[in-house]
Ligand binder design. Sequence first.
Ligand code: SF4
Length: 309
Amino acid sequence: MSAVWVDDEIIDKKKERKIELESQKLEKRLCRNVGQAIVDFNMIEEGDKVMVCVSGGKDSYAMLDILLKMQQRAPIHFDLIAVNLDQKQPGFPEHILPDYLKKLGVPFHIENQDTYSIVKRVIPEGKTMCSLCSRLRRGILYRVAEELGATKIALGHHRDDMLQTFFLNMFFGGRLKGMPPKLVSDSGKHIVIRPMAYVNEKDIVRWAAQQQFPIIPCTLCGSQQNLQRVQVGNMLREWQTKYPGRIENMFSALQNVVPSHLMDGSKFDFKNLKATGIADPEGDKAFDAEEFPTASFSTSMPSLQVVSL
Ligand code: SF4
């Protein structure tokens, strides 16, 4: 009897150790990905005051958490201030974020603005409110950034958000346009950064569960999520399961753009293109079919058909 008990105890300890190791690995990966994005796009510089937009969702909690860790380790000095906009949705648990931020010991500001009533008044019943809601939120957050003297505004979008936006723009907007890791705001006054640009959503979900972030759902207002975004999200998740590596390849593609092999005359001067007479082994062969490394497929993939034309 006691031997069984001891065995169980050993198994529990082993399990605990495994969970701890996995958590350490995940934390390392998150910090590495965020650090790499910060360096690659020069997101944060000496003396910056970064306004970290915290909505109460998993992504922004994770961003704040990782940025606080990076702040401890970074070779430069920068300040962080967490900002939440309380939009007065009915049932918004207004104590959760201040309590959490106080416990963290991070400077924070809660901006109270009843955008919910405006959105409700303007958008007809049954229509999705998210676009007006986020437009109002954006304007308020820009103003708050100015008042706080923030030099950067950090948003919690991650790699999968960026890919989704890329496909949404292509499928529904007819544009090759993604979600940049760093940009100047439409007001021209702010630098917006996305330090989670290299982080995949799965890691954030696991980290949020491990850290037990007090998640506040965005849909408190009763608005439905954008259906097109949901569709594209599902498509990407399905691809990821069926064709491992495809998401990573697509994400790399966003960083390897070849304007001469697209069709935008404003990005490449096709009209005035002239033969140089200089051979280039790396140049376009034009007649040869492109070759790609063999993809790895999961066993659930339907069999491929080769079609001769
Ligand atoms: S779900 Fe509600 S609170 Fe969230 S963006 Fe849409 S309208 Fe705004």
